[in-house]
Write a protein that binds this ligand. Structure first.
Ligand SMILES: NC(=O)C1=CN([C@@H]2O[C@H](COP(=O)(O)OP(=O)(O)OC[C@H]3O[C@@H](n4cnc5c(N)ncnc54)[C@H](O)[C@@H]3O)[C@@H](O)[C@H]2O)C=CC1
Ligand SMILES: O=C(O)[C@H]1O[C@H](OP(=O)(O)OP(=O)(O)OC[C@H]2O[C@@H](n3ccc(=O)[nH]c3=O)[C@H](O)[C@@H]2O)[C@H](O)[C@@H](O)[C@@H]1O
Length: 479
């Protein structure tokens, strides 16, 4: 994008929402733009205190260094939301947009009340023009609702420009993704004012992102592009996981199939790793949001098409759990199952929608004893996830069936089976010979991420089942 030097200049940024997106995104902006004051605010004082401490509330490789470099210089974390709004020329709205739990659209639609609360606050507090940027993932045309709320609740004549600037970072690689993004997308109205606001935001990114990677679209295209990108990514995973089921039934190897397909430049090699099922706070939520949008627009076939991506993911998780039960002679009652990894992917402590929650639920319903180890997820978070309403209705029973181990070796001691739920690097290089000695026999490994050297483990004595590997390359017991 070619910069127009007449665009309004951004001197102070406020980011509402100090979560997984707001925190890392605006910390990187502060690092790359030392001339801009960046204040990240949140209604949650505990979260803000953590951002101001040595133990940040979000684990991301490289984040500590960025925050340490900028905090107190041009990067501030605060609960004084009104002050930060007043001072800012540009405000990112980066609050959560979870799936609605009740009311109209429950289970599908995005709950926009945090976005609305932030918008109302901006309207009531602002005494000068602002550029307001949707950073949260929102349904198509949310900007139009924000405009109505702003105009109805602010001082007469006060100017607000609304932009859409969806975030494409992935957890675990957030700092890398933010430092060298594939693209920065800015959606605006096509009016001269809308375009000037887009140029002002582009100028912020141009401090480190090459101009050819910054591109602008209309507001609605930008909002929809975010939902579309996540739907397309999740669709690839469900597609390869569907192939994994065929591989296991036929003797094909899903990694070989993925590699063969990915060599086609039109398909490409990324995001074709078969797994126990995708997790994370966004894929499911955003697809459900798309399903709801499609249904509301009178497009039930489109809704059904995207819904199938979620259905296949649920199937992948359930199929994997069933495989464990069947293989362990159709009963895991009172058997110890070690679950290695609880985060939804490696290099994050985030457990939202992690496949490990479904697996543990399924193992518990078969009366197994589950021992969980994850290098980054705090113990309290695991208990919280396992006792959530909807996951379990008897928290006491969970405590009798589940233990949380301090190491992988401890989790596996006396276990009948090891289940790898997250692809943490340390599981690749675990001392598997020691693990084998400490386990009941026959000792099984169910690799839900296909990360271990199955042949080496078989040499030790394990019976190994890797997702998407057919019977010919499994132990004879599965043939
Ligand atoms: N987690 C991720 O990797 C990505 C998330 N997104 C989107 O970004 C948005 C935020 O996601 P996360 O950062 O993961 O959520 P989060 O839940 O980690 O953080 C949101 C924060 O907003 C705060 N908040 C809510 N209402 C507020 C208000 N009225 N005033 C001030 N603070 C308020 C909450 O207290 C919370 O700390 C969502 O729409 C999500 O879909 C987009 C790309 C990546
Ligand atoms: O909107 C969002 O929140 C973000 O959602 C995803 O990022 P994230 O969920 O953090 O992580 P991913 O790397 O996409 O992984 C999601 C899940 O898919 C799984 N996955 C990923 C890739 C793959 O090939 N196979 C696979 O099973 C991961 O293990 C994980 O459980 C997208 O990749 C980001 O671009 C997007 O910004």
């Amino acid at each position: 994008m070619v910069l127009d030097r007449t665009a309004p200049k951004v001197r102070a940024i406020c980011c509402i929402g100090a979560g997984y997106v707001g925190g890392p995104t605006c910390s990187v902006i502060a690092q790359r733009c030392p001339h801009i004051k960046v204040t990240i605010v949140d209604v949650n004082p505990v979260r803000i205190a953590a951002w101001n401490s040595d133990t940040l509330p979000v684990f991301e490789p490289g984040l500590d260094e960025v925050v340490k470099e900028c905090r107190g210089r041009n990067l501030f974390f605060s609960t004084d939301i009104d002050d930060a709004i007043r001072e800012a020329d540009l405000i990112f709205v980066s609050v959560n947009t979870p799936t609605k739990k009740s009311g109209v659209g429950a289970g599908y639609a995005a709950d926009l009340h945090y976005v609305e609360a932030s918008t109302r606050r901006i309207a009531s507090v602002s005494d000068a023009p602002k550029i307001i940027v949707e950073k949260s993932t929102v349904p198509c045309r949310t900007a139009s609702s924000m405009r109505v709320i702003l105009e109805a609740n602010s001082r007469p004549g006060l100017r607000f420009d609304i932009l859409s600037n969806p975030e494409f970072l992935a957890e675990g690689t957030a700092i890398r993704d933010l430092s060298a993004p594939d693209r920065v997308l800015i959606g605006s109205l096509s009016t001269p004012e809308g375009k000037a606001a887009a140029r002002a935001l582009a100028a912020v990114y141009e401090n480190w992102v090459p101009p050819e990677k910054i591109f602008t679209t209309g507001l609605w295209s930008s909002e929809l592009s975010k939902l579309a990108a996540n739907a397309l990514l999740a669709q690839r995973i469900s597609s390869i996981n569907a192939m994994a089921a065929i591989c296991e039934a036929t003797g094909a190897d899903v990694d070989e199939v993925a590699h063969a397909c990915g060599l086609d430049a039109r398909i490409g090699p990324k995001f074709l790793k078969a797994s126990v099922g995708f997790g994370g706070s966004c894929f499911q939520k955003d697809i459900l949001n798309l399903v709801y949008l499609s249904d509301s627009l009178g497009l039930p076939q489109v809704a059904a098409y995207w819904k199938q991506v979620i259905t296949m993911n649920e199937y992948s998780k359930a199929r994997f759990a069933q495989k464990v039960v069947q293989t362990l002679f159709s009963t895991i009652t009172n058997k110890k199952i070690a679950v290695l990894g609880f985060a939804f992917k490696k290099d994050t402590g985030d457990t939202r929608e992690t496949a490990a929650i479904s697996l543990c639920k399924d193992f518990r319903s078969e009366n197994a004893l589950v021992s969980i180890y994850d290098p980054k997820v705090p113990e309290a978070q695991i208990w919280l996830d396992l006792t959530e309403p909807g996951v379990v209705d008897d928290g006491q029973k969970v405590k009798q069936q589940v233990t949380i181990a301090a190491s992988a070796i401890e989790a596996c001691k006396d276990a009948e089976a090891v289940v790898i739920a997250t692809e943490w690097d340390e599981f690749r290089t675990l001392d598997w010979a020691t693990v084998y000695k400490s386990m009941k026999k026959p000792a099984f490994v169910f690799d839900g991420r296909s990360i271990v050297d199955a042949a080496a483990l078989r040499k030790i004595g394990f019976q190994v089942h890797s997702v998407g590997k057919g019977p010919e390359i499994q132990d004879p017991v599965w043939a």
